[in-house]
Design a binder for this molecule. Structure first.
Ligand code: 8YV
Length: 336
């Protein structure tokens, strides 16, 4: 839908998915806006067609910006992701084409860390499994070991992927639940950041997997992190441990995970992201000891609004020649 009468002097942008009407109104004050408020997923060829002749696009994290799209859309100057993850962007190709990539870091950290903690606790204490049992009318009385789970307080938390969100989870664990915090990351944090993250201790991935009672993954997806947790890694975990993933689908081998869950080789898992989502592997769907949520870790209304606002600020700044707040490839700035 076109929001305003076309005015060829204003930059033209596409909003790839439904977002807050107030944010669209704000963007329409600056741009000719074509917006997918119907929210039906555009196939890639239609997405490309709609981006032709446009200078900007607001993406939500799922739309692919690749070499073919960039070649077909030479007017494009900026792709603003309304997400912190940006594995939907081919950043080197965007840089080569002089197209700015921006994401939405910071504004979703605490909300996403809250959810990671909730998912971990739900897995450890069997919250959804026991609720399904109750709703199915199967609850006929108390029993000493009914839905007995594993403790969170005082246990060892292992965070793999210690960016802002990972550090937020570590803080929650240490300060709120007296957890001993281990982490593994591409780079070791500074001593100050380790102290702020609950005196987190940097360990190898192997030590973390062997020692942690609750492993939480907050990894971005890349060729390097694909199946970072597969059968060999799962085999290292304690039989009483839980695994929670709020990073990206594909960092865990879902088939291998379903196999260890079914076998009771680990206690439970909590997954907000999946390989090939929104499809979820059928082996996971039949496991009772996994909590499954539809990629909602950042989904509080104020946070989603802040993410959309930040994407809009990036579009407005870049297309009006000012400094965008959160560039991914700042080397593009000043070259056009
Ligand atoms: C988004 C996310 O909602 O920011 C991210 O990286 O995973 C979520 O907060 C998601 O990317 C939307 O596709």
């Amino acid at each position: 839908m076109t929001i305003t009468a076309p005015d060829s002097s204003r930059p033209r942008i596409v909003i790839a998915r439904a977002i807050f009407p107030e944010v669209i109104e704000q963007l329409a004050q600056h741009f000719e806006v074509e917006s997918n408020q119907a929210d039906t997923a555009w196939p890639q060829d239609e997405f490309i067609r709609r981006l032709q002749g446009k200078q900007g696009v607001l993406t939500t994290g799922g739309e692919r910006i690749n070499v073919a799209l960039l070649a077909a859309c030479p007017d494009l100057k900026i792709c603003a992701n309304m997400s912190v993850g940006y594995n939907n962007f081919d950043v080197p190709a965007m840089t080569a084409a002089g197209v700015l990539a921006t994401n939405a870091p910071g504004v979703l950290t605490e909300t996403t860390a809250d959810f990671g903690f909730a998912l971990m606790m739900a897995a450890a204490r069997r919250v959804t499994e026991s609720e399904h049992y109750l709703r199915a009318g199967q609850w006929h009385g108390w029993r000493y070991d009914q839905f007995a789970g594993v403790d969170v307080h005082g246990s060892t938390l292992g965070v793999i992927g210690m960016g802002r969100i990972g550090q937020g989870i570590a803080r929650r664990g240490a300060l709120g639940f007296g957890m001993n915090v281990l982490y593994h990351n591409r780079n070791r944090l500074s001593a100050t950041d380790e102290a702020a993250a609950g005196n987190a201790r940097y360990v190898t991935k192997q030590e973390l997997l062997q020692t942690a009672d609750h492993v939480v993954l907050v990894l971005p997806y890349s060729a390097q992190t694909r199946h970072a947790i597969g059968a060999p890694e799962l085999a290292l975990m304690k039989p009483t441990a839980t695994l929670t993933n709020i990073g990206r689908g594909g960092t865990v081998d879902d088939v291998a995970l379903a196999a260890v869950l079914r076998a009771g080789r680990i206690a439970a898992a909590g997954l907000d992201v999946f390989e090939g989502e929104p499809k979820v592997h059928p082996d996971l769907l039949v496991c009772t000891n996994v909590v499954l949520t539809p990629h909602i870790a950042s989904a509080s209304l104020p946070t989603r609004r802040a993410m959309a606002d930040l994407a809009a600020r990036n579009l407005i700044a870049h297309l009006s020649g000012s400094q965008p707040p959160t560039p991914i490839n700042p080397e593009v700035l000043g070259t056009g």
